[in-house]
Structure formats: structure tokens, C-alpha cells
Design a protein around this ligand. Structure first.
Ligand code: BTN
Length: 237
């Protein structure tokens, strides 16, 4: 595994987007500070210097790229498994890839793909709140950090190594055909809930059936069952 480290950079995802051609599969790019960190749905991702684990992973292996639908949820699950190892309970995944502790967001993930005729690479960008104790801004789910839950110092290097390792292991298992669905669906926060959602630009209440085995999200909208793919819906719970 190769790690590229920057004390500060605009965004680790943006770096990989600009350099994916010359970098190898499973290259990790980490930084202590992003001046233009990006979140899902064109939001900005703010984090105080050195307080969060901020990194991106480049995926170029064709077999892994074929399973791109699973990568979003699997990335969240990999972080969740490591957090459980630190003794953090009440962890859930809010589809497609937010990791929450008692409804508070501890980790956000931004997946980006680059296509030119075919899919060339996927970039998984992960922002995990580690030490930060106060957050400013408007949030759908209030943020929380590992420090706020565990009330102890967390060694950033050991944490980073555990998450890199877990991601590598899980991506290798995925490539070998392992099916994570049963394990992951146990952490489905939205399952069985009635939530307000923006479906095709219309804000309405829908009932969530839960994550499907193809990692789309089953919902009931106006009595009709729909399977939603990432990006087609945003939830307000
Ligand atoms: C979200 O919840 O909206 C996703 C947040 C993803 C943030 C991470 S931090 C590292 C990587 N670089 C970025 O610019 N974004 C991702």
C-alpha cells in the first residue's frame, strides 16, 4: 500500500482526480487540513487542522470497479467496524454511506468515479471526526467525534492504520466475491422508518423498506415500491 501525505491540501479527492493516471491502485492520500474539502451534493466539508482523519483511496482494479454499487456502503461499514473495535456502540449506517452514533454523524464519505468510455477509477474520500469537540454550521445530523464519545486521547496513526487495513481487507473480500449484505443490513438506520425525502425534486414523506441486496434503497412512495440508487434521494431525519 502506498500513502501520500500532505500537511495541507485543497482536497484529497481532488488530488486523486487530478493524478489518478500516474498513481497505483489502493493508493491512500491523507492530509491534516483541507482548504476546499468537499462533501456530498456539492456541500463543503469543514474540519479543523489535525482534528479529523481526512483521506482518499484510489481504486483502479477492474474486478473491484465492477462492484462499484457496493463500494459506497462497504466503505461506511469498514469505518464502522473499526469504530466498534474502539468500543463505540450504537453505530448505524444512514444509506448510502454516513456513519452515525445515536443519530449523530461521526463520518462522511464521498465517492467519485472517473469515466472515459468505461469507468477508469473510483475515489473513496473519508472524513472521520476524531478529536474535534465543537462544530459550527448547519447540519442535517448533528456531528459528533470519537473524542466526545470515548472521552480519551486517540492516536491518529494507529487509527489510520486500522482503517486502511480494514478497507484493504474488505475490498479484497469483495473482489473475491464475498457478500457483505447480511452483515451490513443489520446497521441500516433508515429501515422501517417514515422519512421526509426529496424524491426527483419533490419533498415528501416516504416509507423506507430498507437496503436491498444490490445496495439500492427500497422505499414506498405513493403506494408504489421503488428501488432508489445513490444520489436520487436525500433524507431529512
Ligand atoms: C459527506 O458526508 O458529505 C461526505 C464528506 C466527505 C469528506 C471527505 S474528507 C476527505 C475527502 N476529501 C474531500 O474533499 N472530501 C472527502
Amino acid at each position: 500500500m502506498r500513502e501520500i501525505y500532505f500537511e495541507s491540501i485543497d482536497s484529497t479527492n481532488t488530488y486523486l482526480k487530478q493524478h489518478y493516471e500516474e498513481l497505483e491502485d489502493m493508493c491512500f492520500v491523507r492530509t491534516d487540513y483541507q482548504s476546499a474539502g468537499r462533501g456530498r451534493k456539492s456541500r463543503t466539508w469543514l474540519a479543523e487542522k489535525g482534528e479529523s482523519l481526512l483521506f482518499s483511496v484510489l481504486l483502479k482494479d477492474e474486478e473491484v470497479l465492477k462492484r462499484y454499487r457496493e463500494l459506497s456502503v462497504l466503505s461506511a461499514y469498514s469505518v464502522l467496524e473499526v469504530l466498534e473495535g474502539y468500543g463505540i456502540g450504537d453505530l448505524m449506517i444512514k444509506w448510502p454511506n454516513d456513519v452515525l452514533v445515536k443519530e449523530r454523524k461521526i463520518c462522511g464519505i464521498l465517492l467519485e468515479g472517473i469515466s472515459a468510455e468505461s469507468l477508469r477509477c473510483i475515489i473513496i474520500g473519508i472524513g472521520l471526526n476524531v478529536k474535534q469537540e465543537s462544530f459550527t454550521g448547519d447540519y442535517l445530523n448533528e456531528p459528533v467525534s470519537m473524542r466526545m464519545i470515548l472521552n480519551e486521547e486517540i492516536g491518529m496513526d494507529a487509527l489510520k492504520d486500522r482503517i486502511y487495513q480494514k478497507l484493504e481487507d474488505n475490498i479484497r473480500k469483495l473482489k473475491e466475491g464475498y457478500d457483505f449484505y447480511e452483515e451490513i443490513s443489520a446497521y441500516d438506520l433508515l429501515k422501517g422508518r417514515k422519512v421526509k425525502a426529496l424524491v426527483n425534486d419533490v419533498f415528501k414523506e416516504v416509507s423506507v423498506i430498507g437496503m436491498r441486496s444490490d445496495y439500492s434503497l427500497g422505499i414506498i412512495d405513493d403506494g408504489k415500491e421503488l428501488n432508489i440508487k445513490t444520489g436520487e434521494i436525500s433524507f431529512h431525519v
